[in-house]
Write a new protein. Structure first.
Length: 137
């Protein structure tokens, strides 16, 4: 009879375990990076929408960043136009240096300082900056 010994099977299992121990964290890190990048795209889209709305309507538009619920919303005259749950949609944490940003009728950011939005999932983080001129970086 031909077959494998217990020692040979144990060696194969140990090698497979070592390879999995190397591959799983890298794969999880890559999935986290994809989640943060897609969340970044959503935040940039909402900010661009708000700026374009302010320019087209020639009226001020406010972007509200709620770090506790992980949402970003666009308001015009106390009416919510659009809202996006970034934390719920992508599983990332959302932090901002300010709780709101106003675009004036010319698309310029109004307020005391620039806005920074930090998106994080485990060890992966990205920051979106909105300048006083309304530019998104």
């Amino acid at each position: 009879m031909r077959g494998y010994t217990v020692i040979e099977l144990l060696i194969a299992i140990v090698i497979a375990g070592v390879l999995l121990a190397i591959a799983v964290p890298r794969g999880r890190n890559q999935l986290d990076r994809i989640a943060v990048q897609s969340a970044r795209g959503d935040v940039r889209a909402v900010l661009s929408f708000a700026r374009n709305l302010a320019l087209s309507a020639q009226l001020p538009v406010v972007v509200v960043v709620d770090s506790t619920t992980g949402t970003i919303a666009v308001k015009q005259w106390n009416e919510f136009i659009r809202s996006r749950g970034i934390t719920h949609a992508h599983g990332v944490t959302l932090r901002a240096t300010r709780d709101s940003l106003m675009y004036d009728a010319w698309g310029l950011g109004r307020g005391a300082a620039n806005l920074s939005v930090i998106l994080r999932k485990r060890m992966v983080a990205e920051t979106i900056f909105v300048s006083r001129l309304g530019r998104i970086r």
